[in-house]
Design a binder for this molecule. Structure first.
Ligand code: NAD
Ligand code: TYD
Length: 340
C-alpha cells in the first residue's frame, strides 16, 4: 500500500500503530487525522517530526466536508479508524461526545470512504461490545453484542453501521475487537498508567469495588500487529478478536504494580464501584491465530516491566498531562468515590 490514513493517531494505540507502520513499511506514507481532544497528544509522535512520509492533519472525523476533501486529495489505499472517545468512566459522566465521535464520526468516515472508493477500511473496536462474562467462558466473534456502558454501546453501534455498509454496499471493511491494552503513551486516566503514576508519587490507588473484576491484558504492540494483519490479510466483512491470554483481577494487577515499583500495599484505597461495572472480559482469539497467523508475542512479565520503566523515564510527559482539564476530571471522578 502506498499510503494509509489513520484516525486518532495522536492517542495511545494510534500513535503506537503509526510508529510501527513507519518501521515495517518505510516506503508507505501515513496520514494521521486527529482532532486533538484531551486524549490526543502530538508529543506521542514527536519522533516522526521531519519524516516526509508522515503527515498530520488536525481534523474532527465528524467534519464531513473536511474529511471528504482530505480523502479526495490524499487518496489513501486504506483507512484505519482508531479515533474515539475511549474512557468508560467519562462516558458515564457524559455520553454525548461518545455518540458524536464514535457513532456519527464513523458514519461520516464510512460515507466519505465509499464516495472515494477506498479499498480497505479497518474499524478498531473493542471486546467491551460483547458485554460481561461470568467466571467461565470467553468472547468469540460469534458472541452476541450486549454492551453495558455508554462507551461500549457507542462502539457497538459503530460496529453495526460498518456491518450494514458491508452488507448493503459491498463496502470493504473488517472489524477488530481487542481486550485491554497496556504499554507506553497510555493516557493516565486508565487503570495501569494511573496506578503507576500515582504509586510513583505515593498517592492512593483507587480500586473500584472489591477489585475482583477481571481484564485480559495485551501489550499495545501485539494489538497493533494484529490490526496490521487484519488490514493486509483480513477478509472483507469479517470480525477478528485479539487478546493477550493474560487474565488478572484488578487487585492482582494492583499488587503486581506495587511490587514492581517497590511501594507499600497501604496505597490501595477501595472506593465506590463503577456503575454497571462489567465483571470479566476474556478473549478467544483462535480465529486470528488460525486465519491471520497472529498471536501475542510480548509476555506480560516483560511487557509490564517495560511499561513501568517507560513511565519512570517519561515523568515530563506525564506531568505535562497532569494539569488543567486532567486535574478537574480526576477530582470530579474520585471525590465522590473516596467516601465509601
Ligand atoms: P485514546 O483515547 O488514547 O485516543 C483517542 C484518539 O482519538 C485521541 O488522539 C483523540 O484526540 C482522537 N479523537 C477523539 N475524537 C476525535 C474526533 N472526533 N476526530 C478525530 N480524532 C478524535 O484511545 P486509545 O486507547 O488509543 O483507543 C483507540 C481505539 O482503540 C478506540 O477506538 C478504542 O475504542 C479502541 N480500543 C481501545 C482499547 C484500550 O485498551 N485502550 C482496547 C480495545 C479497543
Ligand atoms: P480501565 O483502564 O478504565 O479500562 P476498562 O474500563 O475499559 O476495562 O479500567 C480497567 C479496570 O480497572 C476496570 O475493571 C475498572 C478498574 N479501575 C479501577 O479499579 N480504578 C481506577 O481508578 C480505574 C481507572 C479503573
Amino acid at each position: 500500500m502506498k499510503s494509509i490514513l489513520v484516525t486518532g493517531g495522536c492517542g495511545f494505540i494510534g500513535s503506537n500503530f503509526i510508529r510501527l507502520q513507519r518501521q515495517l513499511y518505510p516506503d508507505q506514507t501515513v496520514h494521521n487525522v486527529d482532532k486533538l481532544t484531551y486524549a490526543g497528544n502530538p508529543e506521542n509522535l514527536a519522533d516522526l517530526e521531519g519524516d516526509d512520509r508522515y503527515q498530520f492533519h488536525q481534523l474532527d472525523i465528524c467534519d464531513r466536508v473536511a474529511i471528504l476533501d482530505l480523502l479526495t486529495s490524499t487518496k489513501p489505499a486504506a483507512i484505519l479508524n482508531f479515533a474515539a472517545e475511549s474512557h468508560v468512566d467519562r462516558s458515564i459522566i457524559d455520553s454525548g461526545p461518545f455518540v458524536q465521535t464514535n457513532i456519527v464520526g464513523t458514519q461520516v468516515l464510512l460515507d466519505a470512504a465509499r464516495e472515494v472508493g477506498i479499498s480497505r477500511f479497518v474499524q478498531v473496536s473493542t471486546d467491551e461490545v460483547y458485554g460481561s462474562l461470568g467466571a467461565e467462558g470467553y468472547f468469540t466473534e460469534e458472541t452476541p453484542l450486549a454492551p453495558n456502558s455508554p462507551y461500549s454501546a457507542s462502539k457497538a453501534a459503530a460496529d453495526l453501521l460498518v456491518r450494514s455498509y458491508v452488507h448493503t454496499f459491498d463496502f470493504p471493511a473488517v472489524i477488530t475487537r481487542c481486550s485491554n491494552n497496556y504499554g507506553p503513551y497510555q493516557f493516565p486516566e486508565k487503570l495501569i498508567p494511573l496506578f503507576i503514576s500515582n504509586a510513583m508519587e505515593d498517592k492512593p490507588l483507587p480500586v473500584y469495588g472489591t477489585g475482583e473484576n477481571v481484564r485480559d491484558w495485551i501489550h499495545v504492540l501485539d494489538h497493533c500487529r494484529g490490526i496490521d494483519a487484519a488490514l493486509r490479510q483480513g477478509e472483507i466483512g469479517e470480525v477478528y478478536n485479539f487478546g493477550g491470554h493474560h487474565e488478572l483481577t484488578n487487585l492482582e494487577m494492583t499488587h503486581i504494580l506495587i511490587e514492581l515499583l517497590e511501594k507499600s500495599r497501604e496505597l490501595i484505597t477501595f472506593v465506590k464501584d463503577r456503575p454497571g461495572h462489567d465483571l470479566r472480559y476474556a478473549i478467544d482469539c483462535t480465529k486470528a491465530e488460525q486465519q491471520l497467523s497472529w498471536s501475542p508475542e510480548i509476555s506480560f512479565e516483560q511487557g509490564i516491566r517495560d511499561t513501568i520503566a517507560w513511565y519512570q523515564s517519561h515523568t515530563d510527559w506525564v506531568n505535562r498531562i497532569k494539569t488543567g482539564e486532567y486535574l478537574k476530571y480526576i477530582e470530579k471522578q474520585y471525590a465522590g468515590r473516596m467516601k465509601k
